[in-house]
Ligand binder design. Structure first.
Ligand code: MG
Length: 149
């Protein structure tokens, strides 16, 4: 029997990416539009998360970014990842939400996790949103909650 490759699932906003600058824009200037994806380049990397990914990469583990960011921001997202990641292999997958997706992020993430679970031996996931953590745990994934929401 073929052994499934080991993988970790990592959220972006509020997990790998510190989007506090965007949150400030929201409170000061843009009350009715969040999460202000055009300001992705201003995000800082959360070092603790970068360190975990470096360890996973050295271990030979696949890293899969699973984000509710709409696909139309893929180039901004990939540019940011290239700028801030230090992965030795620089091997990762990026799964984004379709632009016209009409459901909430936990619905999207749950569906993707079901697919990923078949393909990979998922060691753990990281996410800052409680609702996302809950759906991943429902799918049998050890999901570490790294946020206050
Ligand atoms: Mg998040």
């Amino acid at each position: 029997m073929k052994t499934k490759r080991e993988a970790i699932i990592v959220d972006l906003d509020g997990t790998l990416c510190d989007n506090a600058v965007r949150a400030n824009f929201k409170s000061n200037n843009h009350k009715d539009y969040w999460p202000l994806y055009e300001y992705i380049p201003f995000d800082k990397p959360n070092k603790w998360c970068v360190d975990i990914m470096d360890m996973a990469d050295l271990y030979g583990c696949k890293i899969i970014f699973l984000t509710a960011r709409p696909k139309k921001y893929e180039q901004k997202t990939r540019d940011w990842l290239i700028k801030h990641l230090t992965l030795v292999s620089f091997s990762y997958d990026l799964i984004m939400m379709p632009n016209d997706y009409r459901y909430q992020p936990p619905v999207f993430k749950k569906a993707r996790i079901k697919e990923l679970n078949k393909k990979y031996n998922i060691l753990f996931a990281l996410d800052d949103q409680r609702a996302n953590v809950d759906v991943m745990r429902e799918e049998g994934i050890m999901c570490l909650h790294c946020g206050n929401d």
